[in-house]
Design a protein around this ligand. Structure first.
Ligand SMILES: [Zn+2]
Length: 427
């Protein structure tokens, strides 16, 4: 991704640098050739460089670009889980993924970690974004997801003869687990997404308290993935599934729903980040019935919502790390709604806006493994910046509406927001 050239000053706004400290009321940023050179109070800033471009934040908020830590660019407003593997061919899903990537950037998300991809689209989407062919977040790519045979993601009965090869790699035992990871190594993914547990979506055989992989399979995945410098994460709701993942050496936990004391201890000891993705549960309860969701599934999502919210509060209080990501791409939880996750954590879970923003910026960058480059507004980092018209610390809901965005920058280049509509980065 090309960096901006020349000098840029952003001022006249409250500076929220992503590290969680008190916002600087009259903040200023200096950027040179796409990287931040000064971040702090206006009165301490160097003089305005001659010839610099100037962005007036209009008394609003200057903050790091958001990080969507559980992004599915290839999901497309799925109404029934079966839609995922048979609704569209790979050609159309690829185009949808490019549209979703652009939408995420327009929504202020300058980076994203994928939570699983149909086919091998993420890897190529990432390349197209990096080569400035399409707009989108800096992406950490996942691939097809790994699940045990008969587990959550293996829903098509054999008589249908549907291979599901675009969605998931189904495994039986550690040898097949290793074989699946080797396929993903060849595909070029960075994150291996697995299904250690079930979900409320499958109440009959794979509900949210069911295990879908054995510890031995999970351990085999981690050993092979780490050998090839890939990271591993997993859909972990059931308590034993969370513990299996932590003991197997997972690099992140998706959801981390039902955590007991032992699970929390394991998590904190290893300092593994968790991405709860809770608004999805809320949206499933609130809007699922209008899409024909059975009551048993709605009830399971309610239990998941309450368990997940309680675990998130305990993790934060104990000093653990949480990323903000939302499993967007379902009919009741569509792409574009990403910042509802942040609003939900403030209004429902009880985080402060600053805590939530830190999770959605600094911790998100850590999950991507790119915290040396992005996630906070500090000298030396890439100028991935979101400038919002209004006080986000007082009203986190401003982030939901991209009409409030003065500018979204990546590497010092204005890519979206009101200023981009005057000089679009890609026409
Ligand atoms: Zn997901």
């Amino acid at each position: 991704m090309k960096l901006g050239t020349g000098k840029l000053v952003i001022d006249n706004g409250q500076l929220v640098d992503g590290r969680g400290g008190t916002p600087i009321l009259n903040g200023r940023l200096h950027v040179e050739d796409g990287k931040i050179t000064f971040s702090g109070p206006a009165e301490k800033s160097p003089p305005f460089p001659t010839g610099a471009t100037h962005i007036n934040a209009n008394g609003g908020t200057i903050m790091p670009g958001l990080v969507e830590a559980h992004f599915h660019p290839t999901y497309f407003n799925v109404a029934a889980i079966e839609d995922l593997d048979i609704k569209y061919p790979v050609e159309y899903v690829t185009l949808l993924a490019a549209c979703n990537a652009r939408l995420a950037l327009e929504c202020g998300y300058t980076a994203a970690r994928s939570g699983g991809s149909l086919f091998n689209i993420d890897v190529w989407l990432k390349r197209a974004i990096e080569e400035d062919l399409v707009l989108g977040p800096r992406l950490a790519a996942s691939g097809r997801e790994i699940c045990g045979v008969g587990g959550l993601m293996d829903w098509n009965p054999d008589y249908r003869r549907i291979g599901m090869e675009g969605l998931v790699l189904l495994i039986n035992g550690p040898d097949e687990a290793r074989s699946a990871v080797r396929k993903l190594v060849k595909d070029g993914v960075e994150w291996v997404k697995t299904y250690p547990t079930g979900d409320a979506a499958a109440p009959d055989a794979n509900d949210h308290h069911t295990l879908c992989m054995t510890f031995e399979e999970m351990h085999a995945v981690v050993a092979m993935a780490h050998n090839h410098k890939l990271k591993v994460t997993g859909h972990c709701r059931a308590t034993e599934g969370i513990k299996n993942a932590l003991r197997a050496g997972y690099d992140a936990i998706e959801h981390g729903t039902f955590m007991d004391e032992e699970a929390l201890d394991l998590l904190l000891t290893r300092d593994v980040p968790v991405v709860p993705a809770l608004y999805f549960e809320y949206a499933s309860v609130a809007r699922g019935p209008e899409f024909g969701m059975p009551q048993s599934v709605v009830d399971g999502h309610q239990e998941t919502l309450e368990g997940g919210a309680e675990s998130a509060r305990r993790i934060l209080k104990a000093g653990g790390r949480l990323g903000m990501g939302g499993d967007y791409g379902f009919a009741w939880n569509p792409h574009g709604d990403y910042a509802r996750e942040l609003e939900f954590f403030v209004n429902y879970v009880g985080f402060t806006p600053l805590q939530t923003i830190t999770c959605a910026t600094k911790t998100g960058a850590e999950i991507l493994g790119r915290d040396a480059e992005i996630g906070t507004l500090e000298p030396g980092k890439l100028a991935d910046i979101l400038i919002v018209d209004g006080n986000v610390v007082e009203n986190i809901s401003l982030l939901k509406d991209r009409k409030n965005f003065i500018a979204v920058l990546q590497g010092g280049v204005i890519k979206a927001g009101e200023l981009a509509s005057r000089s679009p980065a890609i026409v």
